[in-house]
Structure formats: structure tokens, C-alpha cells
Design a protein around this ligand. Sequence first.
Ligand code: FES
Length: 159
Amino acid sequence: MLSKEITAKIDREIAKYPEGQQQSAVMAALAFVQEERGWLSQESLAEVADYLHMAPISVHEVAAFYNMFELHPVGKHKLTICTNLPCALSGGVHAAEYLKQQLGIDFNETTADGLFTLKEGECMGACGDAPVMLRNNHQMCSYMDEAAIDKLLAELRKS
Ligand code: FES
């Protein structure tokens, strides 16, 4: 069951659209649910579909299309490294390999302690800050050379 906090947030999003267009709030609704629960289970998708009066398959299609949505459990810190061309030409591929080495995992894997999940991402619109990385879809990390990665991982392990 969606929490009161989530339904209040979804209601605010629904109010931005014309009456009867509540499905326009689906991406926001999925983001709120994922933020609270960490990922989107089939049950969560069904709850969102029910709340927005949408077919469950339509909600699933949205969640499966956008790579910021997780349909399986992820670690506490999801690190998404950009490997698109501008970043790749400015150290992104090396940063990705270094992260794999430091975490002992490949893309789409989670460390055994459940702390980190590593993802490969598309352009984040910050090519000038390459290599760039997102933590949990919200925190943009710029200029991620080896030293910056070491510092970030140490901070996250302590937190
Ligand atoms: S290519 Fe990496 S942010 Fe644009």
C-alpha cells in the first residue's frame, strides 16, 4: 500500500495536469516510490497503476524503458557512470574500469555487502565535467578520476 507521504506527493503532481490526465504523473509517482523503497517491485508497479487508474502493463512499460528506474533490488549506493562518447574520450571508460576494480563487481552487479551497485549510464548533460557519475539518480559527481573515485567510495563506506 502506498504511504500517505507518497500519495500526497503524487496528488501534487496530478494537480499539475488537466482533469482525467492523472497518468501524466506516472514518472513522478514511480520516482517517489523508488525513493522510498529503493526499487520498484511488481507489487509497487501495481499499486502505482491502481492509484493512477492505469493498466499495470502501461506502468511497467514506463518503468522498464527509463534506466533510472530499478526493477530489481539495488545496493544502498547506486553508482551510474557515463560512458557515452564525450565522457569516454575524457576518461569515462577508464573511470568505469577503475570502479569495477575497486568494487570487485561488473556493471549491473551489487557488492556482497549490499553497499554498491554499478550501472552504465547515458549522457547526463554534463559532458564538460567528464568523467561524470550519478549517485542514486540525484547526486552528480564531476571529474571522477581515480583520486575522486577513491575519495567518494571512502566517504560512502563511512556514511
Ligand atoms: S557524455 Fe557523459 S555527461 Fe555527456
